[in-house]
Write a protein that binds this ligand. Sequence first.
Ligand code: SAM
Length: 260
Amino acid sequence: MPENPPPSPSPAPGGPAAGPSLSVIRTLNRRARGLMTMAKRVAYRLPGVRTALFPEYRYWLDPGELAAMVELIDGTRGRGALVEIGVARGDTSVFLLEHLRTTGDPRTLVLVDTFDGFTRESIDYEVANRDKRSRELSDYSYGNARVFDHSMARLGYSNYRIIEGDCSKVDWSGIGPIGAVLLDVDLYLPTLETLEAIWPLIVPGGGVVVDDCVEPAWCDGALQAYREFIARHDLPFIRVGGKGALLRKPGPVDAGPRPA
Ligand SMILES: C[S@@+](CC[C@H](N)C(=O)[O-])C[C@H]1O[C@@H](n2cnc3c(N)ncnc32)[C@H](O)[C@@H]1O
């Protein structure tokens, strides 16, 4: 960086007054940026303050699960709907929407949540049949569909559709053929019922990433549902990342590399 600012450009023809004021603005801008950098230098070295500048992992899914979703999305381009079931405040929704934006994929992402946490029926099932206590289950009842919509729209996304309600009761046939699904509703009942409802709609090469397939955990109902589902449909257990599991419909991706 040169120490001294470059000489001001000569005034534009016909506008002698505009030249000096423009160069004043540029100088002020440069000074403000310099001050900001200096403030960051100081803040980055100050214990207590510097944590505000530290990196954070924003996602509840680990990189292996996100990578599996990206693979399913790209492998079904133009062939099926994209769905996230259980969106909470939308951290992963943003990741998925950003992937669609940066790859020029025009599909709509369908975002499903009760926006009111777990249903009474699925909590009662965990307590009555899975030895869980309702107070150990995370509470997502803070959700709100209108606020969620606002939070997506303010980032400039418009290629999403929100369905507010219990995923076990959604009319999935109305969504049509499905390419990729992230199923993240933690508990046994909604996971199993939704898998049974959506599996017939998954296109060849498409699939479902089920989060929280680990035990023991308060949300290990997802693992039990996944295990029962693959046993019933004679499918393999496929681990993705550290805690996800994948269901994949055999299809074009399995047919070997495509010609360039
Ligand atoms: C673990 S959070 C989802 C996190 C989100 N996928 C992410 O990665 O940021 C679980 C969400 O599932 C929702 N949920 C739970 N049971 C549901 C059901 N039966 N139908 C729809 N949504 C449900 C909850 O409201 C909560 O927002």
